[in-house]
Ligand binder design. Structure first.
Ligand SMILES: C[S@@+](CC[C@H](N)C(=O)[O-])C[C@H]1O[C@@H](n2cnc3c(N)ncnc32)[C@H](O)[C@@H]1O
Length: 276
């Protein structure tokens, strides 16, 4: 039976809305499940495969997954302590400072995971943004109160990781896919191609995923497809994406986007691409 688990962070590109469509397109059988851009993990927690490899380039996010696997109670206790003082702007900035000290010292432990979850709950729009020194700089969301976690969800995530064969990697998506073989399933949910400014979309992007990265991803998609892996990928419904994945099955879906603070940009079309 599946556990009642869901993302513990609000994450840009969270897939909760697209889940039904992703479920409908998931192959009936597959070997290992790969998710090289795990983010909040909505589809992984929905699917709960027994053999999985998950990855993200964000080492703080991956530290949370690893800490939840090792000892969810340690993370929960540390979040409870952070929640014992009510949040206002001053408190937010003080905790963000603590988090940044952890980042600077490179201590990837349970208290650092707790700080990451707490800060995500109290920062503006659940954004994850760092400055040139790698320090987290998102402002306060101006909301007070409330607990920063669902304890049973965090326990359930830890249990899912421990009861199954789930490898948790941190790095670039290419490395995470090195062992993909025939019959395996890969779901690619990279940062999306921007909807506007596609003409200027070349090297600089605010999420660090440039045109060149989209091209690397499309090359990997073709390579793994030739190996006989079953592949699914989501992105915006823009001409570049159609060009990159020409010849594959492109399914168009209407979605609403909540994370964008500009209400006019909250609706749009996305595509789910499959090679089967
Ligand atoms: C659109 S989000 C994934 C959203 C996720 N599916 C969810 O449901 O929350 C994209 C993720 O890709 C990660 N990322 C960006 N560049 C990457 C790279 N080169 N390799 C691996 N992950 C990367 C980001 O840190 C982010 O978590």
């Amino acid at each position: 039976m599946l556990l009642a688990i869901s993302p513990f962070v609000k994450w840009a590109g969270g897939k909760t809305q697209l889940l039904k469509h992703l479920e409908d397109l998931l192959p009936d059988t597959f070997g290992t499940y790969y998710e090289p851009f795990i983010g909040g993990g909505a589809f992984l927690f929905d699917t709960q495969p027994q053999h999985a490899v998950i990855n993200d380039i964000n080492e703080q996010l991956i530290n949370v997954y690893r800490q939840l696997k090792a000892d969810p109670e340690a993370v929960i206790a540390a979040i409870r302590e952070l929640d014992s003082i009510p949040c206002d702007k001053e408190r937010y900035l003080a905790v963000r400072q603590q988090y940044n000290e952890k980042i600077s010292s490179g201590e990837l432990d349970a208290p650092c995971a707790a700080l990451m979850i707490w800060v995500n709950k109290h920062c503006f729009n659940g954004l994850y943004r760092v400055n040139g020194k790698g320090l987290f700089n998102v402002p306060y969301n101006n909301k007070t109160g409330g607990v920063s976690m669902d304890e049973n969800n965090l326990r359930g995530i830890g249990q899912y990781f421990r009861d199954n064969d789930v490898k948790i990697m941190q790095g670039d998506f290419m490395d995470a896919c090195a062992d993909v073989k025939e019959g395996d399933f890969v779901y690619f949910d990279s940062p999306y191609v921007p909807v506007s400014d596609t003409a200027n979309f070349t090297s600089y992007t605010k999420d660090g995923f440039a045109l060149q990265d989209h091209m690397r991803l499309a090359d990997l998609f073709r390579e793994l497809s030739e190996k006989g892996a079953q592949l699914m990928l989501s992105n915006h419904n823009v001409p570049l994406v159609h060009e990159l994945y020409q010849g594959f099955n492109i399914h168009e879906m209407a979605v609403r986007r909540f994370i964008n603070s500009d209400a006019t940009k909250r609706t749009g079309k996305e595509v789910i691409i499959t090679n089967y």
